[in-house]
Design a protein around this ligand. Structure first.
Ligand code: SAM
Ligand code: SF4
Length: 327
């Protein structure tokens, strides 16, 4: 029987987000500064062998789903090799990726044949000028092509949109309406005051839902699927669901099911706090599997009850940017 991994508060941990790089080919204003930023040195990144080894250990402990993220996961060389390794890791049932979608179309054949199952693609606007303003790059059409290709390849596709007053306030309904005709879900994520995110004003999930309701009628609230923080709604005439991830207005920490592996090999129990376990150090010192398992179990006993966004408890908060932590 499969082991169950749980934290000190009894929350079942079955999902690991793996950030493979802090580098990105876009510069979204709420995530990264425009100027060149120092990135993790190549020798400090976990190798694909190390990531697969750690995933194998975590899978033996109870993790069954992984998501590759970053930075932009598709800019790390030969990323399909990692997908392949994770695909052959015993106990891993789902391999997902969060991507900005720019390089997706050309890489999909290899990613899919390596075992990728799901992709979440970031899309904050369908207006090409606004897209360029937000990401500081003119490549909306590449992202749209990536979305269509992912659907054609039969992947489970979700779009992630972060509504900001200053950046895409007037564009969010159009993004939601992508779920009218296409086989995908659209999720709105409340902006978190992390790194560059502190410079912008997020829009609450309730307000987006209100605007959607005004235009498309009252939706049906779907039962919680037991996975992840999103709450979903079904609107009449929409193919896909509309989801809301609301870390600021509706804290979801009591159902948290995840841990995060950062590019330089820190295993983090919570996005908000800087503490974690130096997995890379353990691996490179040649620690035995059982020692690593014990350290992970101990770390999870200390997994925080809840994040501190919005309660003024910023003294203890993570100082890294979202592209460094792995959003
Ligand atoms: N580059 C990939 C992408 O953009 O999808 C993966 C990494 S990105 C950090 C993952 C997600 O985090 C994106 O959907 C992005 O919009 C979101 N994000 C970045 N900064 C954020 C912030 N301060 N608050 C909420 N979401 C944020
Ligand atoms: Fe890059 Fe994703 Fe951050 Fe945008 S949100 S800068 S695409 S890591």
């Amino acid at each position: 029987m499969k082991d169950v991994l749980a934290d000190g508060l009894g929350r079942k941990i079955e999902y690991m987000r793996i950030s493979v790089t802090d580098k990105c080919n876009l510069r979204c204003r709420y995530c990264m500064p425009e100027e060149r930023v120092k990135s993790v040195a190549h020798e400090d990144l976990l190798t694909y062998e190390e990531i697969a080894f750690v995933t194998g250990i975590l899978a033996e402990m109870g993790v069954c789903k992984v998501r590759l993220t970053g930075g932009e996961p598709l800019v790390r060389k030969d990323i399909a090799e990692l997908v392949d390794k994770l695909h052959s890791t015993k106990g891993i049932e789902t391999i997902a990726m969060t991507s900005n979608g720019v390089l997706l179309k050309s890489m999909l054949p290899e990613l899919v044949s390596s075992g990728l199952n799901e992709v979440n693609i970031s899309l904050d606007t369908l207006n090409a000028d606004h897209f360029e303003r937000i990401t500081r790059t003119a490549c909306l059409n590449d992202v749209l092509d990536g979305i269509d290709s992912a659907i054609t390849y039969g992947l489970k596709v979700k779009l992630n949109c972060v509504p900001c007053r200053e950046l895409n306030n007037e564009d969010v309904l159009e993004v939601a309406e992508m779920a009218q005709d296409k086989k995908l879900d659209v999720r709105f994520i409340e902006l978190m005051p992390i790194g560059q995110g502190k410079l912008y004003t997020g829009i609450s999930s309730d307000l987006i839902l209100e605007r959607l309701t005004l235009k498309h009628g009252t939706p049906k609230e779907l039962p919680y699927d037991g996975h992840g923080p999103a709450r979903y709604y079904s609107f009449d005439g929409f193919n896909g669901r509309i989801g809301f991830i609301s870390p600021i207005s509706h804290m979801f920490c009591s159902s948290c099911n995840r841990i995060r592996l950062m590019p330089e090999g820190m295993l983090k129990p919570c996005l908000y706090y800087p503490d974690g376990l130096d997995i890379r150090g353990m691996l490179r010192r040649g620690e035995k599997k059982e020692i690593i398992k014990t350290a992970v179990t101990e770390m999870l006993q200390r997994k925080h009850k809840k994040h501190g966004f919005g309660n003024g408890d910023t003294g203890n908060a993570e100082e890294k940017r979202m592209n460094q932590i792995g959003g």
